[in-house]
Write a protein of this length. Structure first.
Length: 202
């Protein structure tokens, strides 16, 4: 029963995370949750060893997502493309899903000197997954930008874990459907905004 493997001591930062997020504390109550295949022994986002809730066991991040930077560079690249095809600046990347059009854009804008770095990779990601990067894919499907971290096993029916910036009702709903769970009691509290919530799914 993986759920009851002893957690190791914190190993410190892995170097992946340069900025501390607003932590959201989450708690899930499900009958015999420790029997569900939703855990891994991978080191979490902060280098903590031991048993962790792993969102990839519920809804895996696509393996063919090209490894590209997310954030301002990504937004500028997508904005550059939209401007070049004379579309509205307000148009979001999710409106650029049609693969045929995107391939045509790639042919048209492969050479220009002012083309942003990794533009083709962002476009390929949109074609393959509907999102330009891991960041937007995770927000859309998990509801948060990082995997769960700091998992604590409270008892055989209850686990607690942290997420960055947001609670994760999306992944909870996906878990319920995937594992045919009759009832989930999910609660959360945000450290920065003093917000909290609770939802019972059945």
């Amino acid at each position: 029963m993986l759920c009851f493997m002893p957690a190791g001591a914190a190993a410190g930062k892995t170097g992946k995370r340069e900025r501390m997020p607003n932590h959201v504390w989450n708690k899930i109550v499900v009958e015999n949750i420790c029997d569900l295949p939703i855990f891994s022994t991978e080191t979490d986002e902060y280098g903590n060893a031991g048993t962790q809730l792993d969102f990839n066991t519920i809804l895996p991040e696509p393996e063919d997502l090209e490894d590209v930077a997310s954030g301002l560079h990504e937004d500028r690249a997508i904005g550059w493309l939209l401007n070049r095809i004379r579309e509205s600046d307000a148009m979001r990347h999710r409106d650029l899903i049609r693969a045929e059009k995107l391939f045509e854009y790639m042919k048209l804008f492969r050479v220009p000197a002012d083309k942003p770095k990794d533009l083709e990779k962002y476009i390929l990601n949109i074609i393959r997954t509907g999102e330009p990067s891991w960041y937007y894919w995770r927000l859309r499907h998990w509801g948060t930008k990082w995997n769960a971290y700091g998992t604590k096993i409270i008892d055989k029916d209850t686990i607690a874990f942290k997420t960055a910036w947001n609670p994760v009702p999306k992944i909870i709903e996906t878990m319920m459907v995937k594992f045919i769970i009759p009832k989930i009691d999910y609660s959360w509290v945000s450290e920065e905004y003093s917000e909290n919530g609770r939802a019972i799914y059945h």
